[in-house]
Design a protein around this ligand. Structure first.
Ligand code: NAD
Length: 438
């Protein structure tokens, strides 16, 4: 099939590349010229395991093309995916400026000679966007077209795996022929009986928000319980085991930590709050989830500050930070909890020495030389007064504790991801603080 993907970010680039890899002719369009030139020269703008190899192969084989021209991108396409960002707007709701701009530009370029094209909204958009996009486009063209919704559920860090082996594909359509075409497109990824779920566009749009809200609920819930465990000298890890074996509860997504970040959960939870308010049905739960999460991001900075006897005590201290990305296996730092920690440390007059396997260039763009970036994790520890672990990259899971102890000026570890066993840390001579552990 001939496909256009508008917006070549985390979602668009993965989608375009995986569809090219299954034999389709794909043109990825982005308005950022630098990104498109870079991609044509083999530079991948994001870190995502396995992506670079797939982009190179499909580009070389001519199935994957990159352009800044939407007109050129959609000229031959039967399916046009919109995968532009839908960031949080000033009122908390999703900013749909990019979606409207792309839809309207597509409408202006539809040609009466074309068979009707299908515009597929892949971006996460509030309920009603599909209908409104169709309305806006119809005002600009008499050429027939379809608008479908196809929310994306991939996880950064495992995006290729998620796209090629989805738990399910959700499609929102008003026309069974469009569902049939999308089924054909996704068939190579559904071979092991993965469900292809067809519903109305409104239900598809809602499904994406409900999925992200549910995951955010789980994270904020376990974080709040972890904080209570700490207050009552219980250990959240034991409590997790105690509840997780109950099949109605399970273990997934119930890991206490430093709060969720990234480009999706924070904005999608707030968009749901906004959607609920727009119908005068406030979502008390999602409002609470957001509040709990914002508070959780301050837990690690607070523990560090208290340890040093308050803000004054941090002045002149050096804090080592392991992990900057909002989660492992990505370089994405949007709403990353590490930034809250760094801000607090710098504001108190401490120095920060940080390491992350992928996200350092992105963080450097924010802080410049106000933070010292270290090529290797142990380099951060040199003469540091404490280590704070923010992201659970694999390489932090089993470090050499003797080296760590030798390098740190003061052997204290604030473990925002509960990577280590508190007793073992004490045996190794560390003062150790986790999340929700007595
Ligand atoms: P992103 O910011 O990484 O990429 C968006 C891209 O769209 C950028 O490259 C931008 O330059 C481009 N763009 C914006 N306006 C454009 C225009 N008018 N014409 C051409 N290109 C344009 O965003 P993302 O993380 O890929 O997310 C895209 C959408 O998918 C969002 O709605 C997001 O909520 C949703 N989503 C993201 C993820 C994820 O893990 N990142 C997962 C599922 C769904």
């Amino acid at each position: 099939m001939k496909i256009a993907v508008i917006g070549t970010g985390y979602v668009g680039l993965v989608q375009g590349t995986c569809l090219a890899d299954s034999g389709n002719d794909v043109v990825c369009v982005d308005k950022v010229e630098e990104k498109i030139i870079g991609l044509r020269q083999g530079r991948i703008p994001i870190y995502e395991p396995g992506l670079s190899e797939l982009v190179h192969r499909n580009f070389k084989d001519g199935r994957l093309k990159f352009t800044t021209s939407l007109a050129e991108g959609i000229a031959d396409a039967e399916l046009i995916f919109i995968a532009v960002g839908t960031p949080q707007g000033d009122d908390g709701g999703a900013n749909l400026g990019g979606v409207w701009a792309v839809g309207e530009e597509i409408a202006r370029h539809l040609s009466a000679d074309d068979e009707s094209k299908t515009i597929v909204i892949k971006s996460t958009v509030p309920v009603g966007t599909n209908a409104e996009l169709a309305r806006r486009m119809s005002q600009l063209t008499d050429v027939p077209f379809h608008v479908a919704s196809n929310p994306e559920f991939l996880k950064e860090g495992a995006a290729i795996e998620d796209f090629t082996k989805p738990d399910r594909v959700v499609i929102g359509v008003r026309n069974p022929e469009v569902a049939e075409k999308l089924h054909e497109l996704y068939a190579p990824f559904l071979r092991t009986d993965r469900p292809f779920l067809v519903m109305s566009p409104e239900s598809a749009e809602m499904t994406k928000y409900v999925a992200n809200c549910m995951l955010a609920v789980k994270i904020s819930f376990i974080n709040e319980m972890a904080n209570l465990c700490e207050a009552y000298q219980a250990d959240i890890n034991d409590v997790r085991r105690g509840i997780g074996h109950d099949q109605r509860i399970g273990f997934h997504f119930l890991h206490p930590g430093v709060g969720y970040g990234g480009s999706c959960f924070p904005k999608d939870v707030r968009a749901m709050v906004h959607m609920a308010r727009s119908k005068e049905m406030p979502s008390l739960m999602m409002e609470a989830v957001d509040l709990v999460n914002e508070a959780q991001k301050t837990v690690l900075p607070r523990k560090v500050t208290e340890y040093f006897g308050g803000v004054e005590g941090l002045k002149g201290k050096t804090i080592a930070v392991w992990g900057l990305a909002f989660k492992p296996k990505t370089d994405d730092i949007r709403e990353a909890p590490a930034l809250v920690l760094i801000d607090a440390m710098l504001a108190a007059g401490a120095s920060v020495r940080a390491h992350d396997p992928e996200a350092m260039p992105n963080v450097q763009e924010i802080y410049g030389d106000r933070v010292t970036f270290c090529e290797r994790p142990y380099d951060c520890l040199n003469q540091a007064d404490a280590l704070a672990i923010v992201t659970e990259w694999n390489e932090f899971r089993n470090p050499d504790f003797e080296i760590m102890h030798r390098l740190l000026r003061n052997p204290v570890v604030f473990d925002g991801r509960n990577l280590y066993d508190p007793e073992r840390m004490t045996e190794h001579g560390f003062t150790y603080y986790g999340i929700g552990r007595s």
